[in-house]
Design a binder for this molecule. Structure first.
Ligand code: FES
Ligand code: FES
Length: 170
């Protein structure tokens, strides 16, 4: 039996410990916001947080989550009916095209902002380099991250003036 917390709720699964965490999240626990892309840790579509760190759930065995906190895109916002600042920024900047990569992109960005609340371009590119977007929305993703940076949920002090002036739409 593998027991872990998923988005704040304890879950126990009687599954093969070597099964990818992604399968457990999508197939056993029914949260389909996390996507399967390559299955080889090459695209980032399956990115979730394991104890706050961004990991590729397609190559992480579910056993690695034992006793840990797993967060998916469904659990990123502080409460039901609320958007995380990154999710709002993604909407404001119209970052998604097809959208398939975007939950993984947001989870990687959230892990970045948790450790670096105001990343520069180089820090963003370094943190996001493992997340592939076949639609090529990289510039808008970068702008979205900058838009969300400095908001209350990531640094504790929200300056809406700075947040809106920092980014211009393409
Ligand atoms: S599906 Fe996991 S990195 Fe591509
Ligand atoms: S928005 Fe289509 S793959 Fe990224």
């Amino acid at each position: 039996m593998i027991t872990f917390r998923l988005n704040g709720t304890e879950q126990s699964l009687d599954v093969d410990p070597s099964m990818p965490l992604l399968w457990a999240i999508r197939e056993n626990l029914g949260l389909t916001g996390t996507k399967f892309g390559c299955g080889q840790a090459q695209c980032g579509a399956c990115t979730v947080h394991l104890n706050g760190a961004a990991i590729r759930s397609c190559v992480t065995p579910v056993a690695a989550a034992q006793g840990s906190e797993v967060t998916t895109i469904e659990g990123l916002a502080a409460s039901e009916g609320e958007l995380h600042p990154l999710q709002q920024a993604w909407i404001d900047e119209q970052a998604p095209q097809c959208g398939y990569c975007q939950s993984g992109q947001i989870m990687s960005a959230a892990a970045l902002l948790a450790t670096n609340p105001n990343p520069d371009d180089a820090a963003i590119d370094a943190a996001m380099s493992g997340n592939i977007c076949r639609c090529g929305m990289y510039q808008r993703i970068r702008k979205s991250i900058k838009r969300a940076a400095g908001s209350e949920a990531v640094v504790g002090v929200f300056d809406p003036q700075a947040a809106t002036e920092e980014v211009k739409h393409v």
